[in-house]
Design a binder for this molecule. Structure first.
Ligand code: GLY
Length: 373
């Protein structure tokens, strides 16, 4: 996997050159329909991924010239520690400051992680035992009639809470993470192991009002990235608690995807496994890279078939590192991977690069290297 690392160093190096030449702290997310790069502000759920990718690239390449940009792009989104109007602060702060803390032990980073966990905890709704994902007074979310929507993606925000308990000694964050994971385990999954995207709770008595989708094809369909969020999120919960129910759910959801009759032979899923025009539907590379990162971690746990998870992740990584998905140097807006999908129901970001696909690809590369050392 030497070649993908060298290629990633050069490609993201070009993105860093563009940012540095601009004199601003740009935060690249994707390509717009006119071919230009879309850069986000710190409030966007994707603002931690580019800083996080630079941290991973620093770790993978050992190139210390990447440290100053990693620090600078991380600092640029510090204000996100105070975000309370959506749940994605876990993605934002954990991928940026979390990786920075892991790699440098910069003593100013724990305070940011703890403050972010406090902000995320303000969204905990005791009656339902969940962290509310979205507010219902904004944009398209206000049109859906929801009261307390929780999306499966929210499992990805829990890692921040576990880390904040380790750093602060305050077990409240841990308890909120476990409560959220337990309620999600009960409500989000179908008997076959696949999960719903959105569960809407009643704020007064905590009961379920709706089982919906937002970014999938239909309420009862299998939105692929949601399955990857579930596998990754419950794997983290197992890592942090050693509660086998979490690992078993991650394995069940992965097995459902692996055995799905529509899964393509290169293992890059369709954006929704029930999309009506399969095989003429867009793939979603972000699902594949997130799944690969989770599977490498799963392969380190004591399961009956541990090596099969690594083998499956290796096959995903071979596909992603091939010219079918990995962009040539200097193309694709300097993003690494092509062919991801943001949200087809919102007609947004279809068959484009996405910075989170790149982030989980680099994380998976690192995990693969560690396993093969
Ligand atoms: N968390 C939003 C998404 O997966 O698109």
């Amino acid at each position: 996997m030497d070649r993908p690392i060298k290629h990633a160093r050069k490609q993201l190096g070009l993105a860093i050159d563009v940012i540095e030449a601009s004199g601003k702290c740009l935060n690249p997310v994707t390509l717009k329909s006119d071919g230009s790069v879309y850069n986000c502000s710190y409030t966007d759920w994707r603002s931690g991924f580019f800083p996080g990718s630079v941290w991973y690239l620093y770790e993978l390449s050992g190139d210390s010239t990447l440290l100053p940009p990693a620090r600078k792009y991380t600092e640029a989104i510090r204000e996100a520690e105070n975000l309370t109007w959506h749940h994605d602060i876990g993605f934002i702060i954990n991928c940026s400051f979390g990786n920075g803390w892991r790699l440098t032990k910069d003593t100013t980073y724990p305070a940011v992680i703890i403050q972010a966990a406090k902000s995320l905890s303000t969204r905990f709704r005791k009656q339902a035992n969940v962290i509310q994902s979205w507010n219902v007074d904004r944009g398209w979310m206000s049109q859906r009639g929801w009261e307390c929507p929780v999306i499966i993606d929210n499992m990805m925000n829990l890692e921040l809470l576990f880390e904040a308990t380790r750093l602060s000694g305050d077990s409240t964050f841990y308890q909120i993470a476990v409560a959220h994971a337990d309620r999600t385990l009960t409500e989000h999954f179908r008997p076959n192991g696949s999960c719903y995207h959105v569960i809407d709770y009643n704020l007064k008595d905590g009961s379920v009002r709706n089982r919906h989708t937002a970014q999938g094809y239909a309420h009862e369909s299998v939105w692929s990235r949601g399955q990857a969020w579930a596998v990754y999120g419950f794997t983290v919960c197992y890592r942090e608690t050693k509660d086998l129910r979490y690992l078993n759910q991650a394995l069940k959801t992965f097995t459902f995807m692996k055995n799905h009759p529509a899964m393509p032979s290169d293992l890059i899923p369709y954006w929704d496994m029930d999309a009506p025009k399969i095989p003429n539907e867009p793939r979603d590379v972000s699902t594949a890279s997130c799944m690969a990162a989770a599977l490498y971690e799963i392969s380190t746990y004591n399961t009956s078939d541990a090596s099969s998870y690594k083998e499956y992740a290796d096959r995903i990584m071979n596909s992603l590192s091939s010219s079918a998905y990995c962009a040539a140097l200097g193309t694709n807006g300097n993003f690494l991977l092509e062919h991801s999908v943001g949200s087809i129901p919102h007609n947004s970001e279809i068959d484009v690069p996405l910075n989170y696909a790149d982030y989980y690809y680099l994380e998976a590369l690192k995990r693969k290297l560690d396993l093969e050392k």
